[in-house]
Every structure is written in structure tokens, then in C-alpha cells.
Ligand binder design. Structure first.
Ligand SMILES: Cc1ncc(COP(=O)(O)O)c(C=O)c1O
Ligand SMILES: N[C@@H](CCCC[NH3+])C(=O)O
Length: 420
């Protein structure tokens, strides 16, 4: 299912031609498809709904992947919960209409203020990532006169076989509690007066295209659950994290949600655990593209550059991870193509969105940087005093602006010069 396709030689988002969007909103622009967003979440809901273990499961969208209110609101309306990693994200999801009882709070550095904020909101669970965090949470909950529901994020030491920068479940990662320490920390949690052991959590990394490591991680977590049960420490839910990958490149195969989830759900039969999932990228990644215009061409002997009006500040994944995003001409030309490095105006050699891409383009042409819905806008910055791009959502023939383009004045509005 692609919501972005060529119609009469022009790339469309659903029923809307991308040049129309460029004319109305300018470039660079993030363009999302409502149908693709909802379809991606629905795939999870369908698989869960069809499995006996999946009823009562909670899909907590990982807000970090794309935190636009309109997207959060769409997911909330479909019954999703949210996985947050900051007080800011909590405020966002509540503003978007989230049910706090469907919010889980992950992250290695929760401040006391963030803990209080989440306790006051009445979130579903804190995914605790270290011993000192557990102690702090106990203290803050005591001050608030509450008991904090807790899962320990257990690090199963499984290799997710993904990019090292986005793998999180290995022993050497900063995330989670080491597998071998988890039992002792659960004992401590069970003994603390203001902590209520609620569940267990694990997340092994991002952009996994092979479901096997998820199964391996689950086996390790289940062994731990058995040890906990033997000690009389009951966990009621199992949070399997996010991490399911998407297809960025033609030669990649994107596993179906069923292929990923069913083997996991099968293993949980008869255990009576509520399942929680935290997908991020999979729900939004292929539902968004970055629309940009070619400013100049710099053909050369060695390298040729297509200089576009989007840059690493808009989409930093290529610069940060050498991540590959498909770059498509919006109105493909007939003619000979040349290998271009597609680069932005930012003053960094690493400011590229693609390298050696065969393209037949002219200045003024529009390009679509595909699969940019996840960790695109969310990781954008104002480097080089570049206002962040506009975001629009296409729904059939309608286009809605869901975040306006920033103005330069907004970028320095909080700054102040010294008195004369
Ligand atoms: C704790 C946690 N949950 C969920 C996610 C979402 O991951 P993804 O976007 O790969 O599904 C992440 C990011 O890797 C994470 O750190
Ligand atoms: N930002 C990363 C993924 C990090 C996942 C968050 N733990 C990416 O763009 O691929």
C-alpha cells in the first residue's frame, strides 16, 4: 500500500499532486498521508485483534518518531496510547487528546519534576531504566502521596543486527537494567513503599527487519518473568518495545506486522499478560516525505551536486547514520541521468540527503525524499538559522497544514543582547 504514487507522470500524495502543495505551502515541506498513518496503526490493531493473546493489548506509539499534534491526535482517536521520553512529550500527548492511562514513560534520565508531572497525570506505567531512577521515583511518589506503577526496562543483551547508533539492547548500551541485575532490582522495587511493580519492559533497537532477535529477547524476558513469579513478584503486563523496521530501499523486505507479532504472541499463550507495544518508525516512517526544490546544479568531473532547499537540519538521518532515503523526481523527465550528490545549503560537508543518485533534473524541479515520516521533522534543528519546514497532512483530496513554517524572527525571539 503506497499513498505516494505517480499519476499522469506526477508524484501524488493520495489524490493531491505534490506541485500543488509546493505552490501553496512552499518548500521544504513535510507531507504526510492520513491513510498511510492510519493504515499502519490499523495493521497492528488487526493482528492483535485476531490473536487470542492480543485482546486488551495496548499500542503505545513512540512519540519521539514524530510528535506532531495532528498525528498524535489521529492515533489517539484510534485508541492508541503513547510511549513518551520527556515531560515535554507528556504535555504534547495530553494536548493531543491522549488518555493518560495509556501512557508509558521510557528514558534513562527522568527528572524529579518529570516524574511528578507524570504521577499527577496518572500515567499507566514508568519504564524504569536504572537503580537510582527507581529510588528517585519512590521518593517523588512518596512526596506526591502516590504509588508509582513500574516496569523495569530489562536489557536482554540481544544483538538486533541494526545500525550501532540505534541498537539499544546490548550489554554495553546506556539503556535499561542489565539482565543479570534485574531480579535483584525487582526485589528492591517490590520492597519500596511507593512503588508498585506493574510490568516488565524491553526494547532492543530500531529499524529491525529480521524478527528473530525479538523472539530471542522475549525468551530471555519470559525466563525472568518465571523467576519473578517463583519469588511471588507478579507482573501484569509485558511491554515489548518498538523497533520494527520499514523498507527504505527497494532491495529491503519489510516484514509484515503479523510476521513480527504472531510468533511473540504465540509464546505468551496462557500467561495472562497484557501486551504493550511501542512502535514508532513503523507507524509513521513511510507515511511521510520531504518535498524539496532543486536550487542549483553543479556538474563536475569527479562529483556532481544537486543543491536543494532542504538540508541536514530538516532531515539529519543521512548525515547522522548515513541512512538511505529514496529521492524521487516529482515530475520525472525523459533524458539522460547523472549521478548527483543531493546536498543542502548548510555549511557542513556532511550535509547530504543522498549520494551518487542517478537523476535527470533541472533547477526548479521538485524532489521527494521518501520514508521521511519518522525521525525527520522530530530530529530537525535550526542550524544555520534555518526555520523549520511546514508540515501538511493529505487526506484524499484535502490538504491540511498541521504545522506552519517557522519564521526567522521566531528563532531569535527568546534571545537578548547585553545592556549598552
Ligand atoms: C524505549 C523505546 N521505545 C520505542 C522506540 C521506538 O522505536 P522504533 O521507532 O524503532 O519503533 C524507541 C526508539 O528506538 C525506544 O527507545
Ligand atoms: N533516530 C533514529 C532512531 C532512534 C530510535 C530511538 N530510540 C533513526 O532515525 O533511525
Amino acid at each position: 500500500m503506497s499513498s505516494f504514487s505517480l499519476k499522469n507522470g506526477v508524484l501524488h500524495a493520495e489524490a493531491v499532486a505534490l506541485p500543488t502543495i509546493a505552490e501553496q505551502f512552499g518548500t521544504p515541506a513535510y507531507v504526510y498521508s492520513r491513510a498511510a498513518l492510519q493504515g499502519a496503526l490499523q495493521e497492528f490493531l488487526d493482528v492483535l485483534g485476531a490473536h487470542p493473546v492480543g485482546s486488551g493489548a495496548l499500542v503505545c506509539y513512540a512519540v519521539k518518531a514524530n510528535s506532531n499534534l495532528a498525528i498524535l491526535n489521529l492515533f489517539a482517536r484510534m485508541g492508541a496510547g503513547f510511549d513518551i521520553v520527556s515531560g515535554g512529550e507528556l504535555q504534547r500527548v495530553l494536548a493531543a487528546g491522549a488518555d493518560p492511562q495509556k501512557v508509558v514513560f521510557s528514558g534513562v534520565g527522568k527528572t524529579a519534576a518529570e516524574m511528578k508531572q507524570a504521577l499527577d497525570a496518572g500515567i499507566f506505567c514508568f519504564n524504569v531504566e536504572s537503580a537510582p531512577e527507581l529510588e528517585r521515583l519512590n521518593e517523588v511518589a512518596g512526596q506526591c502521596g502516590k504509588r508509582a506503577p513500574v516496569s523495569l526496562r530489562v536489557n536482554p543483551n540481544v544483538d538486533p543486527k541494526t545500525h550501532p547508533y540505534i541498537s539499544t539492547g546490548l550489554k554495553e548500551a546506556k539503556f535499561g537494567v542489565a539482565y543479570d541485575d534485574a531480579l535483584a532490582l525487582y526485589r528492591r522495587a517490590a520492597a519500596l513503599p511507593n512503588i508498585e511493580v506493574a510490568g516488565i519492559d524491553c526494547h532492543i533497537g530500531s529499524q529491525l527487519l529480521d524478527p528473530a532477535p525479538f523472539v530471542e529477547a522475549l525468551d530471555r524476558v519470559l525466563a525472568l518473568i518465571d523467576q519473578l513469579t517463583a519469588e511471588g513478584i507478579a507482573v501484569h503486563h509485558l511491554d515489548l518495545g518498538g523497533g520494527l523496521g520499514i523498507k527504505y530501499k527497494d532491495d529491503q523486505v519489510q516484514p509484515t506486522v503479523a510476521a513480527y507479532l504472531n510468533p511473540l504472541l504465540d509464546k505468551l499463550a496462557g500467561r495472562g499478560l497484557k501486551v504493550v507495544l511501542e512502535p514508532g518508525r513503523r507507524l509513521v516512517g513511510n507515511a511521510g516525505l520531504l518535498l524539496t526544490q532543486v536550487e542549483f546544479l553543479k556538474p563536475g568531473e569527479g562529483k556532481s551536486f544537486a543543491i536543494i532547499d532542504a538540508a541536514m537540519n530538516d532531515l539529519m538521518r543521512p548525515a547522522l547514520y548515513e541512512a538511505w532515503h529514496d529521492i524521487l523526481p516529482v515530475t520525472p523527465r525523459a533524458g539522460e541521468s547523472r549521478a548527483y550528490d543531493v546536498v543542502g545549503p548548510v555549511c557542513e560537508t556532511g550535509d547530504f540527503l543522498g549520494q551518487a543518485r542517478p537523476l535527470c533534473v533541472e533547477p526548479g524541479d521538485l524532489l521527494a525524499v521518501m520514508s521521511a515520516g519518522a525521525y525527520g521533522m522530530a530530529m530537525s534543528s535550526n542550524y544555520n538559522t534555518r526555520p523549520r519546514a511546514v508540515e501538511v497532512m493529505v487526506d484524499g483530496e484535502q490538504v491540511y497544514q498541521i504545522r506552519r513554517r517557522e519564521t526567522v524572527a521566531e528563532l531569535y525571539a527568546g534571545e537578548q543582547v547585553l545592556p549598552a
